[in-house]
Write a protein that binds this ligand. Structure first.
Ligand code: NAD
Length: 454
């Protein structure tokens, strides 16, 4: 496969400077919103056919987020694109200094399968707002959703500006051989490393939105019922196939039994079923088999049953789990929740630190000292205190990982910054020129120079 031609055309279009005009970017953002609005039914049907994701969850966790990002960009685009004045040193007086954001150029956005619309389009919105031209490669796993996106985008946008290319490993490998000006990747840590290596060959900057094992730590002073209710929602949303889902729980031993009972109560109350619009299928057989392997029957506190034909695994709580169990070796990414316990906060922090830096961390506590200790001592992408997953909705909170969970941030202004290079300019005047920096270098000049600089 040769993608050179389409990417060349995008470069050519970028070099016309059209995408740098704010009215052009505004027009394209509005076009994207209207294309999605007009095709909502097509998008709902495709994702339902892929993994039975309901209209309700698709709206709440995909389309509404896309609409909000577009609306925010439309309000803020002028402000974000403005050059920013900064102060100038005495050595360059008279003069002024400023920073101009400029779009990187032709960019590649690669999406993951678990939120196929939102994870593809939110970075695209940021790239349009910054003034880039875009190739989008959605995940091939939810193939009907990828086809729906490709279909509606490719017939509505000039391919020289924005084009969707479908495909799997073969197509992505070919795409990654081409030089882009920026690559934005969402997916697993191992594939993130492949993308990073390919980008390094061209010195292309990357944003890598990866995964990891996100813990939730619960101390004995919490409101147990509300904590369990919030965690059950956060974990079983999209059937646990969420990069920031609480992967495992660390609960203070004293309240462990009460907390387990509260988890069970809220799972039962939610009545997770596809027809209740609150549960999806496991995306494919490969993931289904991987998840079922984690269910050790002697450790099941609740759930543990599954149905291969429908690719359904019921919400499952595992207890008496240790760090050496299989389920603690990699990101779960499904509806299985291991509950571990701790006797001191130091012990809980040490447990978290045996694993790679997570994408998220959730602290449930009323104890300010404990909260501050965890926020100070544990490194993670972002998170919440006394809630889980909801931080993703906050457009003013840059979203991204650290270490194995990713490089770079997006959402709102952070997304604009991700697709922009900030060009620093010193502008001098012709009014005056001191001779201090010119030779002959004398001791008197050095004395004055030191006075000016120090
Ligand atoms: P993945 O890494 O398998 O796939 C992501 C993308 O990479 C897809 O477009 C896929 O086609 C492509 N790809 C897969 N294998 C490739 C290869 N060998 N060479 C080149 N390209 C390849 O990830 P996934 O299964 O789609 O998503 C699950 C992972 O993504 C989880 O680890 C999850 O935590 C993470 N994730 C992170 C975020 C975030 O915002 N940080 C969001 C969602 C998912």
């Amino acid at each position: 496969m040769d993608y050179q031609e389409i990417i060349q055309k995008q470069r050519h279009f970028f070099n016309t400077n059209v995408t740098k005009d704010i009215p052009f970017r505004v027009k394209e953002l509005k076009r994207l919103k209207s294309v999605i609005r007009k095709n909502e039914d097509l998008l709902y049907n495709a994702i339902y056919n892929d993994f039975k994701k309901s209209k309700y969850e698709t709206y709440v966790t995909e389309l509404s987020i896309i609409y909000h990002e577009i609306d925010l960009a439309l309000v803020k685009i002028k402000k974000w694109s403005r050059k920013k004045r900064v102060s100038t040193s005495l050595a360059n007086t008279p003069g002024k200094s400023y920073i101009i954001p400029e779009p990187y150029g032709t960019v590649l956005v690669m999406g993951a399968w678990n939120y196929p619309y939102q994870l593809s389009l939110v970075p695209v919105i940021a790239a349009i707002t910054a003034g880039c031209t875009i190739i989008l490669k959605p995940s091939e796993i939810p193939h009907q959703s990828a086809a729906a996106l490709s279909n509606i985008i490719n017939k509505s946008f000039d391919p020289c500006f924005f084009r969707v290319i479908e495909g799997g490993i073969k197509e992505t490998t070919a795409l990654l051989k081409v030089k882009f000006d920026k690559i934005f990747f969402t997916g697993s840590t191992p594939v993130g490393k492949i993308v990073y290596q390919a980008a390094a060959k061209h010195l292309t900057p990357v944003t890598l939105e990866l995964g990891g094992k996100s813990p939730a730590i619960i101390t004995k002073d919490v409101n147990i019922d509300m904590t369990a209710k919030r965690l059950v929602w956060a974990k079983f949303l999209n059937t646990g196939q969420t990069c920031i889902a609480p992967d495992y729980i660390l609960v203070e031993s004293e309240i462990k039994q009460a907390f387990l009972a509260a988890l069970k109560k809220h799972i039962d109350l939610q009545d997770y079923k596809i027809e209740n619009q609150n549960y999806t299928q496991i995306v494919n057989k490969k993931n289904f088999d991987r998840l079922v392997d984690y269910i050790d029957p002697i450790k099941v506190y609740h759930g543990g049953d599954y149905n291969i034909e429908d690719r359904i695994i019921h919400p499952t709580i595992l207890t008496d789990v240790t760090l050496s169990d299989n389920v603690m070796q990699e990101e779960i990414f499904g509806p299985i929740l291991p509950v571990l316990s701790f006797d001191s906060i130091e012990e809980a922090i040490a447990d978290i630190k045996t694993l790679s830096k997570p994408l998220s961390c959730y602290v449930f506590t009323k104890n300010k000292k404990v909260k501050n200790k965890i926020l100070k001592e544990v490194s993670f992408g972002g998170g919440a205190v006394n809630d889980a997953v909801m931080h993703f909705m906050e457009q003013n909170l840059p979203f991204g990982g650290v270490g194995d969970s990713g490089i770079g941030k997006y959402h709102g202004k952070a997304g604009f910054e991700t697709f922009s290079h900030y060009k620093s300019i010193l502008q001098k005047s012709f009014l005056l020129e001191l001779n201090l920096k010119y030779s002959p270098y004398t001791s008197t000049k050095l004395k004055w120079l030191k006075r000016l600089i120090e």
